[in-house]
Structures are given as C-alpha cells and as structure tokens.
Ligand binder design. Sequence first.
Ligand code: ATP
Ligand code: MG
Length: 396
Amino acid sequence: MNISIPDNVMTALEILGKNGYSAYAVGGCVRDSLLGNKPDDWDICTSALPEQTAECFADYRVIPTGVKHGTITVIIEKPLEITTFRIDGDYLDNRRPNEVLFTRKLEDDLCRRDFTVNAMALSASGEITDLYGGRKDLEAKLIRCVGCAETRFDEDALRIMRALRFASVLGFEIESETAKAIRLKKHLLRNIAAERIVKEFTKLLCGGCTEILREYADVIKIFLPLGDFAEDTLSFIKKSPADPLLKLSILLAKSTPEEAEKMLRELKYDNRTLKHVTLMLGTKKMALSNSIPQVKRLINRFGEEAVSVADFHLHTGKITPEIHKSITETIDGIIANGECCTLSKLAVKGSDIAALGIFPQNKIGKVLFSLLEKVMDGECENDKNSLIKLAENLNY
Ligand code: ATP
Ligand code: MG
C-alpha cells in the first residue's frame, strides 16, 4: 500500500535527511494511513537532537514545546511535532518515565511505544519499519502490547486505558495476553492522574465499539464506581452521536445528579461537564411533550440547553425520534421568531405590576410568572395593555 505523505511532512523529513539525520513519520499517522483513514496529525521522529532539529529549521518558526522530552514544534504550513528518538528511563509509580535518554537508533524509539499498531515508522521514500508485527495486527484487528504486556502496564498504567480506547475507536479486539495483563494490572490505574484517565475515557466513550465497556467493566469500575452497566445503557451509548457530554450523561443516566456529581468531581471533570451532566440527570423525571406551551416551558427552564435535554431524552429512549424532531424544530422556530419564553421578554416589568398597587411586594414575582405562563400558553398577547388587564383580574 502506498501511503501519501502530506507535503509539509515530506518537507520536514527531507530537510532532516539532507542534514544527515534519519527521520520518519511515526505512530498514529502510520497506523491510520495503513487503515485507509486520514490521520489527524503527523508526528515525526528523528535522530537529530532537539538543538540540531532547531538548526535544521532555522528558516521556519520553531517552538521549543518539550525540549526536555526531545520535542520541538516546527511550523511548516501548520505545527508539526518533531521528537528525537528516545529511550525511556526508569519508571516510578507506574507513571511517566523518570528521565528520557536520546538515542540515534530508530529501533530503540519504537520499542518504548505502547502497541504494535502504534510502533511503526514510515520513511520519506515510503518504506515502513515494522519490528513488532504491527501490520499483521492491523489486519487481524488486534491491540497488542509491544513486549511483555505486564511489564508495559507496570511501567505506565495509562496504557491500560489506551488499549481500551483504541479497541473502542478502531473496533479492534484486545489480544489475549494483553487482555490478561490488563485485568491483572488494572489496580495500577489508581496511580494515574484523573485528567489523563479522563482524556482516554472520553475517546473510548465516543468510539464506535463501546462493547468494550461491558467486557472491561471491572477496569472501568476502578475509577468510576458505577454498578453493573445495564444493557440498555450500553446500547444507548453505542447508538448516540459522538458528543462527549451526551455520552457521559447517558452513561450516568441511572445515577442521581448527586451521585454523578460525586463521581465526576472525583475524576476532576471540569465544571462545565459537571453542570451539564447533573442538569441532564435532573430532567429524568420530566415527561417531554412537543406541544408549543410545553416546549416554551422547556426553553424557559433550560435556555440554550433545551435542545440538549431533548437529545438526552431521545438517546435514553424516553421520547421517540418523531417527538424529538418535532420538539427541536419547535424550539428552533420559537427562537427564530423571538417569541416570549422568559420574564426578560415579557412586555411588563415588576415595576408595572407594583404600580397597580393591588399586590403585596412579595407576590410580584408570582404575578409576573403567571402572566408569562398565559403568554406561553397562547392565552394572552405579549403586550403591556393586555397583560395589565389580565393582572388586574388575578387574585394573590
Ligand atoms: P491519536 O489518533 O489519538 O492521536 P496516536 O497513536 O497518535 O493516536 P498519541 O497519544 O497522539 O496517540 O501518541 C502518539 C504515539 O506515541 C502513539 O502512537 C504511541 O506510539 C506513542 N505513545 C503515546 N502514549 C504512549 C504511552 N503511554 N506509552 C507508550 N507509547 C505511547
Ligand atoms: Mg496523535
């Protein structure tokens, strides 16, 4: 198979080559190209030391992104990461290596990589270096550790999450020795920073093969103390669009907002995610309807999140696709027409009601809200005279 290397990557490989260094595209871009997918980004590895790489690209903008780890970013049309061949030093605490050593040999750099399918390098001439049977595993759709799986997870337990992530995203099986080691070493995930776990877990959730959640539920439970996954939850996750907030809300749909908040805080999820998921879970008992007054109430309560609530209800099987379509179209129409669903759009204000002199101060808010409800129900025009007349007939 002929892989087409983008021009800017080719330029970088050629410049390094002309300067006497060896250089390859490596990792995910080789894997994805061989699968016939367009890589998101192209990583380059080279025998040049970071300073030498910088010298080679003196005519370009160079950003010293991670010089200590050997990485330099060069802007050729867009940012390209170029990393010196590395040997990882000792690992402590099942995490990142203690030190990195640079090496002149590609083989040293490939053997530290996590999985066979991620450990291939591609030269400017199109030649693939595949020392661990990566191509064979791509064909067999297998995620297999480079070297002894147990050792590799001892070194860096995040690789456990990466294995599950790639299995879900690529639709691959996990090879049996690697799978055995995952189960044996899963507790080591406790040593990994929550943010790093979450990054992989989000990709896993958004992947197409979420069966992996059921198969490796014991691993997921190490960081997410959920009960057993219900079959319907798993099939809802699988069928929903790849939106991380939606997927997470579906995953936690059987929990209370309080339980979900606790779990998400523990995993150091950002506030936006926390707010969104708990908001969705808080709507579980609502029965959504596509009637205009009900849709207006939805907008009143949830504002911009009204569509998300409808999506959540669709993808947890609580409303049909037809009702969902009708609700979201109605939301769009109401918003496009600027129809009144909020107190701020109501044609009377608190001061107008107070000026009538017939309601105690503490009832003004209630009066305003019942006027808003009449407008949303289509029983009263949103104009000041009609609303004042209506208010005069209210008893509070
Ligand atoms: P993606 O498409 O998600 O970017 P990727 O394979 O490029 O997939 P990255 O996380 O960008 O994944 O890592 C780039 C490469 O670095 C991997 O292909 C792999 O060779 C290596 N790598 C990344 N993380 C690890 C790790 N924890 N242990 C060993 N090798 C790793
Ligand atoms: Mg990548």
